[in-house]
Design a protein around this ligand. Structure first.
Ligand code: ADP
Length: 365
């Protein structure tokens, strides 16, 4: 009764997300419906985690959870009543913007990267791992502010050495240690995903679009060079190491892949290359932290990061709506099809196959 739905802006694994208006204040909010249909054991654990974590986080670069509301039983919710998380509304997510063909300037990329790192440095300082950093989970509002969203896979961490699941993080953004079976990991897993996002912003296409776990680790080795026990101490003890190296040997013989970093990223500005290299360090112990990355010269040399309020304002777009627009365009008669802009590159969730990676993350949490 307090909010009226305006339109659907997202379709997550665990429910729909709507833009809605607060009837009293007129302010827009996002309503994330907690999907209960498939739940045999009551309230979903991922929603409990997300609510618990968002309740304690309070930072300008983390989406704000305002309250939880329920709706009355209706035909729409099969007579059960729904539960919604009410969050501050953002006009875009990063994938929606890039899919719409938006080009970013260097000061703009620096501005988004700085905010992403500030949000993550805050989470990590408060001992929370996000575990699903990717473009569609980075919200951007018309004041140019970037906010981390979707804490459905997030969890607190400590130094107890407790085993964690390695079936987290959407495939294209998943770090090598998880693909090799590590169950004892920390904030470095999120930093790899940040490196993938950074490269994607600079090159305007995803850099590691694997179709399954082996292809993903293979792409990583082909891009950054096959690691060894010397370059990554502890590598050979990882659970899936021997399986992956046997499969690689069957495919390529005994020859390790050389690094192709220069070939792929050598055209970029020197400071950007340095930061990228530090974020995409194969050994998690050598990967740069969010706090250290914020001190990197990349952010402190001209051209400087833009201020959020200086960034251009865009028409509202989320990954969900960009995808829907593309599907509608594909269905339209040929003459009309030309009117729809083509995305720079389809994203994992849009393409379906990486959705498999994502779905399997959720099952096992
Ligand atoms: P799930 O956990 O079910 O995957 P998400 O939290 O990732 O759901 O939300 C799915 C999509 O909904 C996001 O990619 C984004 O486009 C949109 N969305 C989520 N939260 C907001 C918000 N606060 N404001 C605007 N859009 C949002």
């Amino acid at each position: 009764e307090v909010y009226e739905k305006v339109e659907q802006v997202g379709e997550g694994t665990y429910g729909q997300v709507y833009k809605a208006r607060d009837k009293e204040t007129g302010q827009f909010v996002a309503l994330k419906r907690v999907r209960m249909d498939n739940e045999k054991e009551g309230f979903p654990v991922t929603a409990i985690r997300e609510i618990k974590i968002l309740k304690v986080l309070n930072h300008k670069n983390v989406v704000q959870l305002k309250e939880i509301v329920t709706s009355k039983a209706s035909e729409y919710n099969h007579g059960k009543g729904s539960i919604y998380m009410v969050m501050e509304f953002s006009d875009h997510d990063l994938t929606g913007l890039t899919d719409a063909g938006t080009r970013f300037t260097t000061p703009q990329i620096k501005c988004y990267m700085k905010q992403l790192l500030e949000g993550l440095a805050y989470c990590h300082k408060n001992r929370v791992l996000h575990r699903d950093i990717k473009g569609s989970n980075l919200l951007i509002n018309n004041e140019g502010q970037l906010k981390l969203a979707d804490f459905g896979l997030a969890r607190p961490f400590d130094d107890s050495g407790r085993q964690l699941t390695n079936r987290v993080i959407t495939l294209w953004y998943r770090p090598p240690e998880l693909l090799l079976g590590s169950q004892n990991y920390g904030p470095a897993v999120d930093m790899w995903s940040v490196g993938c996002i950074f490269a994607e912003l600079l090159l305007r296409k995803p850099i590691l679009p694997g179709r399954n776990e082996f292809e993903q680790i293979d792409l990583i080795f082909k891009t950054f060079g096959t690691p060894t026990e010397q370059t990554w101490p502890g590598l050979t003890k990882l659970h899936y190491y021997s399986m992956v190296s046997t499969q690689s040997q069957q495919q390529y013989g005994n020859k390790p892949h050389p690094s192709r970093f220069q070939e792929k990223f050598g055209m970029l500005d020197k400071r950007a290359q340095e930061l990228l290299n530090a974020l995409l360090a194969m050994d998690p112990a050598k990967r740069i932290t969010a706090k250290a990355a914020l001190d990197h010269d990349y952010f402190w040399e001209a051209p400087f990061p833009a201020k959020p309020e200086e960034l251009p304002k865009y028409p509202q777009c989320h990954e969900f709506t960009a995808k829907k627009r593309r599907q509608d365009a594909a269905k339209a008669p040929p003459a009309q099809q030309q009117q729809f802009a083509q995305p720079a590159q389809q994203h994992p969730v849009s393409q379906g196959f990486a959705q498999i990676g994502r779905a399997s993350c959720r099952e096992r949490v």
